[in-house]
Design a protein around this ligand. Structure first.
Ligand SMILES: Cc1cc2nc3c(=O)[nH]c(=O)nc-3n(C[C@H](O)[C@H](O)[C@H](O)COP(=O)(O)OP(=O)(O)OC[C@H]3O[C@@H](n4cnc5c(N)ncnc54)[C@H](O)[C@@H]3O)c2cc1C
Length: 402
């Protein structure tokens, strides 16, 4: 049975792989000329729930080769006061799977290679512009030579910013701007080469997070444009009530970050110092308010299109992978049908809603522009429990997976 998927990001590719393994024939339409290997997010932490899914898809060894272990998350304020930490090894132990950091380009390369190996067809340069239910199925319109394609079953994995599927299902696809900006980049600073500690610095309404990702097999380390070793990826963020419209090039952006974070602790300055400006990307951060209308008949949306959470949740790509696993599980038990899509939505909504809410709560704490409130926040955190409850986090993230 053929299944049409819109979008070849994490959700689209992983779902196509999972469905192909169940004997379905997925066909993907992707708007880009060639799947962008960077996408949103320079890198990702694949938490144990994502590693569980990747193992189930048969991709664990390939991922292990291009990713790196992370063992601890240490949080400080911008004056280097220790706030708290998370023992990631304890989290892994409680979950039964490891946590790995990976450049997004490498995750996409593994998924793309598997799709090729499984002979999954991807039509690039096909941006879905419209869809309609007809008496004989679903009619898709693409910008590519104004082509039309008819299908019976459609899965929309077309991301958070302008999902055509979300527009069709809800009538509105506008994501919610959450009043902070992120700039992401990749650093080759030597000090991260052997580190397995995620560093997270908080200021008043600002943040700088650094994730070591050194993996010798990483594709970026063989990239001619980025000839240097990628040792860490980072994200700088700050509160911004409005989306600024200043058009600056990546070198100017890097210079402005060096100025903005010049009084922050040494690891922040080192990360910026050893960053190639070509790796920078500036993002206005949006999510979606949870909504329960994910499917209609044989049409379903998944991934960020259905449940985009803020990067402060740390779970967006992990949840996109969980969607793939659940699709495979449900379709192994019952055929793809409107009932299967309703069941998928019912199973996935409470966890993804909780993750969206946790991302928002975390963002409010971090990107609070009130300096005095942040001073109190820092004192409370530095005097509170020094370690997060790894078991509770593991239980939450592994919920439903077995
Ligand atoms: C700054 C930042 C940091 C992040 N960090 C993390 C992290 O550490 N851990 C984590 O788990 N998650 C993280 N995320 C979230 C994660 O990147 C997303 O949740 C994940 O990529 C969602 O996958 P997706 O396939 O649903 O969407 P996407 O990856 O956005 O893929 C959508 C695909 O659909 C295509 N498409 C869109 N519209 C159309 C159309 N009309 N026709 C055809 N194709 C179309 C796009 O070109 C794209 O290929 C981060 C996000 C941001 C912004």
């Amino acid at each position: 049975m053929s299944v049409t998927i819109i979008g070849s990001g994490v959700a689209g590719l992983a779902s196509a792989i999972a469905l192909k393994q169940q004997g379905f024939e997925p066909l993907i339409f992707e708007r880009t000329s060639e799947q962008s290997t960077t996408g949103i997010g320079a890198g990702i932490v694949l938490w144990p729930n994502a590693m569980f899914v990747l193992e189930q898809l048969g991709l664990l060894n390939k991922i292990l080769k291009v990713s790196a272990p992370v063992k601890r998350m240490r949080r400080f304020n911008h004056l280097n006061l220790a706030l708290n930490s998370m023992d990631i090894e304890a989290l892994n132990l409680a979950a039964g799977f490891t946590s790995r950091s990976i450049l997004r380009a490498d995750l996409m390369a593994v998924l793309q290679a598997e799709a090729r190996a499984l002979d999954i067809k991807i039509h690039y340069n096909h941006e879905l512009t419209d869809l309609a239910e007809t008496s004989s199925g679903i009619r898709l319109s693409f910008n590519h030579s104004h082509s039309i394609y008819n299908c019976q079953t459609l899965i929309g994995a077309d991301g958070r910013m302008k999902s055509t599927l979300r527009k069709f299902l809800l009538g509105d696809n506008a994501p919610v701007y959450q009043k902070f900006i992120n700039v992401i980049g990749i650093s080759n600073h030597i000090s991260y080469r052997s580190s397995q500690d995620v560093l997270d610095y908080w200021g008043a309404g600002a943040r700088f997070g650094i994730v070591p990702v050194n993996s010798e097999s990483s594709s970026i380390n063989n990239s001619p444009e980025l000839a240097s070793q990628a040792n860490a990826y980072w994200a700088a963020g700050w509160y911004s009530a409005e989306k600024d419209s200043a058009a600056i090039d990546s070198q100017q952006l890097l210079n402005s970050l060096k100025e903005q974070f010049k009084n922050w602790p040494a690891p922040v300055k080192q990360a910026l110092l050893a960053t190639d400006h070509n790796t920078l990307k500036k993002l206005y951060i949006h999510d979606h308010t949870p909504d329960e209308r994910w499917s209609k008949g044989n049409i379903l949306m998944i991934g960020d299109a259905a449940h985009a959470a803020l990067p402060t949740s740390g779970q967006g790509a992990c949840q996109a992978l969980e969607d793939a696993w659940w699709l495979a599980k449900i379709t192994a038990e019952q055929e793809i049908s409107p009932e299967a899509f309703t069941r998928f939505s019912a199973v996935r909504q409470s966890k993804t809603k909780a993750i969206t809410q946790s991302g928002r709560a975390m963002a409010r704490t971090i990107f609070n522009p009130d300096t005095e409130a942040c001073k109190i926040r820092d004192i409370n955190l530095s005097q509170g429990p020094q370690s997060a409850d790894s078991t509770a986090i593991a239980n939450f993230w592994m919920q439903g997976l077995a």
